[in-house]
Ligand binder design. Structure first.
Ligand SMILES: [Mg+2]
Length: 183
């Protein structure tokens, strides 16, 4: 079985700009490619798990999202850290339009995307970790039974209720990874 580093997207890979959907608006978070390379070297599959309420709200389409993520996949590959998979939830329980107006097991804090990735990629979730910037990311990681969940500080105004470790930069997580005994 493989292990994964689950990456939230907005606020972890790219700066949150509010319903990002244009390549031109992408600004990378400091240290994301170095973290991704180190995780890859250490045998982690890189898996993006992202709520995309902007699709639910009709601000952009699933095709727009896929176009942006195709470009992002190429950027990660060019940096020596290819993404193994990208999962997204296009739903919102109150602001969604049409079929997108619903809660869904995939929408974080629910763990559906992580559980699906585990099946698709033969992942050992108890050896896998997640980094996010929202308590909903941490909750999904806990619900999926991950080894550890890391909260990048600066987004959430209040402490998250589920167990996690806080990091102030992605370099902190890269250091944590390097300090783990080899298994
Ligand atoms: Mg986020």
């Amino acid at each position: 079985m493989q292990k994964a580093l689950f990456l939230d997207r907005d606020g972890v890979i790219n700066h949150e700009t509010g319903y990002l959907h244009r390549i031109a608006d992408v600004r990378w978070i400091d240290g994301i490619f170095s973290l991704a390379r180190t995780a890859t070297e250490l045998g982690y599959q890189l898996v993006v798990v992202t709520n995309q309420a902007g699709i639910a709200r009709g601000l952009y389409t699933e095709a727009d999202f896929e176009t942006l993520m195709d470009w992002m996949r190429a950027e990660f590959a060019a940096q020596g850290a290819p993404l193994a998979a990208v999962y997204y939830s296009p739903y919102h329980p109150t602001h969604g339009i049409g079929d997108y107006k619903r809660d869904h097991e995939d929408r974080k804090p629910n763990p559906g995307m992580l559980l699906r990735a585990a099946r698709d990629l033969n992942l050992d979730l108890t050896a896998s970790i997640l980094v996010g910037d929202r308590c909903s990311d941490i909750a999904a990681a806990n619900a999926a039974g991950l080894r550890a969940a890391f909260l990048l500080t600066g987004t959430e105004p209040n402490p998250c209720p589920h167990p996690h470790q806080t990091i102030s930069t992605l370099a902190d997580l890269e250091l944590w990874l390097r300090n783990q005994p080899n298994d």
